[in-house]
Design a protein around this ligand. Structure first.
Ligand code: GAR
Length: 203
């Protein structure tokens, strides 16, 4: 199965997808393209060094967000990908894009949704004082961090945590769960029933 990975930053999630899926022939998963909305995203370097094609599509180069989305769609179609994987991609899509790729866009968010959606999730988690943090992998719908939840994993918050230490602990879990969810998707194990996503397990 061909996937596109969309990034904005460092790309540690992309790195684990490269190592655990792309470079593992038994996974049957191929990262066909990495697309970034930032030229300087280090994730682009990670993709280039293993020969994965990269594209930069920036909002400021388009008149409006529909045109930005249309360019992303054009690139994705060029690579005939089945699944769009957001890995630290910090832009929101307009409804036509989400509708076109319904149930074919997934995201990883560094909180237990629906807690702390939005752009500063780890800072918001710490500021609220919760004792259990976590991560969520979900399908993308028209709203912010609100689509059907596929899988979640928990992480303790320590009294000594700052944003960096907590985010590092969260990322260890992201790097385990995100490749697993993509494998489930590729193996046809995810069944969506309204807001519920059932993971079909072997008996
Ligand atoms: C990840 O922790 C991911 O959960 C978060 O951005 C980070 C990207 O890290 N995504 C969001 O906050 C999306 N709302 P990475 O570039 O090292 O993979």
């Amino acid at each position: 199965m061909k996937i596109a990975v969309l990034v904005s930053g460092s790309g540690t999630n992309l790195q684990t997808l490269i190592e655990q899926l792309h470079q593992d022939e038994t996974s049957g998963i191929d990262i066909a393209v990495v697309l970034s909305d930032r030229r300087k995203a280090y994730a682009l370097t990670r993709a280039k060094r293993v020969g994965i094609p990269t594209h930069v599509v920036r909002t400021q180069d388009y008149e409006n967000r529909l045109d930005f989305d249309a360019e992303i769609s054009r690139v994705i179609e060029q690579y005939a990908v089945e699944l769009i994987v957001l890995a630290g991609f910090m832009k929101l899509f307009q409804p036509p894009f989400v509708q076109k790729y319904r149930n074919r866009i997934i995201n990883v968010h560094p909180t237990l949704l629906p807690a702390f959606p939005g752009a500063h999730p780890v800072a918001d988690t710490l500021a609220y004082g919760v004792k259990i943090a976590g991560i969520t992998v979900h399908f993308v719908d028209e709203d912010v961090d609100s689509g059907p939840i596929i899988a979640q994993s928990t992480v303790p918050v320590l009294d000594t945590d700052d944003e960096e230490s907590l985010h590092n602990r969260i990322q260890v879990e992201e790097h385990k769960l995100y490749p697993q969810v993509i494998k489930w998707y590729a193996q046809g194990k995810l069944k969506i029933e309204g807001r519920k996503v059932i993971v079909k397990r072997e008996n």
